[in-house]
Write a protein that binds this ligand. Structure first.
Ligand code: NAP
Length: 216
């Protein structure tokens, strides 16, 4: 797949690197320095390069949106026409201080995003784990017991693409349903962040759902 990274920070930088290592074509965009984008592309050791958000979007089948909530409008404006694109968003609707969600209960960041880009297909994914765990999960991707990763969206084809990328990074994709389920997955991330950043075990934390009895 050709993947455009919109926001090459902790999440976008790492996920873009892992997508490239999994064999995808990646364009890193949107950081405060072009040098950083070029370094990410070099160090990804795959088919990766640096570009503008417009370039990342034009050539991509799939976009990863990985910016702070306050930067969403800016990066979307720079990306240009996103009609028909699949946008996988790991962005959470956090306030400026990153202490709480600014959207919740009756909507979600993912749904608010989908309204902004009504001609694109939004999938919410990768937003429920800390960036610190991503390389560890990738390193362990051939093990039988994989961590779960919930995702949700309204378009079946886009969700299939998201599930493939989730698998490529080393997670077991868990389809949580339509995009409105982001109302549950986004606050769930605050629990994960609490355990990752305030707990004793460190931030390299993922989660796994287990079923007992009933259907396998
Ligand atoms: N970090 C996590 O563990 C985590 C987990 C789950 C969800 N999320 C969500 O994922 C999203 C991304 O988080 P993150 O931690 O990856 O954020 P981040 O590290 O701050 O990355 C954001 C990217 O946007 C770029 N950027 C910011 N302002 C800019 C500007 N004015 N012009 C150009 N580029 C600019 C940053 O540039 P620089 O590279 O120059 O700083 C960086 O590349 C957020 O919505 C967050 O809530 C994060």
């Amino acid at each position: 797949m050709r993947i455009g990274i919109l926001g090459s920070g902790l999440m976008g930088g790492k996920l873009g690197t892992l997508f490239a290592r999994a064999g995808h074509d990646v364009v890193f965009s949107y950081a405060r320095s072009d040098q950083k984008l070029k370094r990410l592309a070099r160090e990804a050791r795959g088919n990766a390069r640096a570009g503008t958000p417009g370039e990342a979007a034009r050539e991509a089948d799939v976009l990863l949106l990985a910016v702070h909530w306050s930067r969403v409008d800016d990066v979307l404006k720079q990306a240009g026409d996103l009609s028909g694109k699949v946008i996988i968003s790991c962005s959470l609707p956090m306030n400026a201080a990153d202490t709480g969600l600014v959207i919740g209960h009756t909507s979600s960041g993912a749904e608010a995003l989908a309204k902004k880009v009504s001609k694109s297909r939004v999938v919410s994914a990768f937003n429920t784990v800390p960036s610190e765990v991503l390389f560890g999960v990738f390193a362990a991707r051939r093990k039988a017991r994989k961590p779960s990763l919930v995702y949700c969206g309204d378009d079946a084809r886009s969700k299939k693409i998201a599930a493939e990328l989730i698998r490529d990074v080393g997670f077991d994709p868990v389809d949580a349903g339509p995009l409105r389920i982001a109302r549950y997955t986004e606050p769930f991330t605050l629990l994960i962040a609490q355990l990752a950043y305030e707990g004793d075990g460190g931030p390299e934390l993922a989660y796994r759902f287990e079923r007992f009895g009933g259907k396998a």
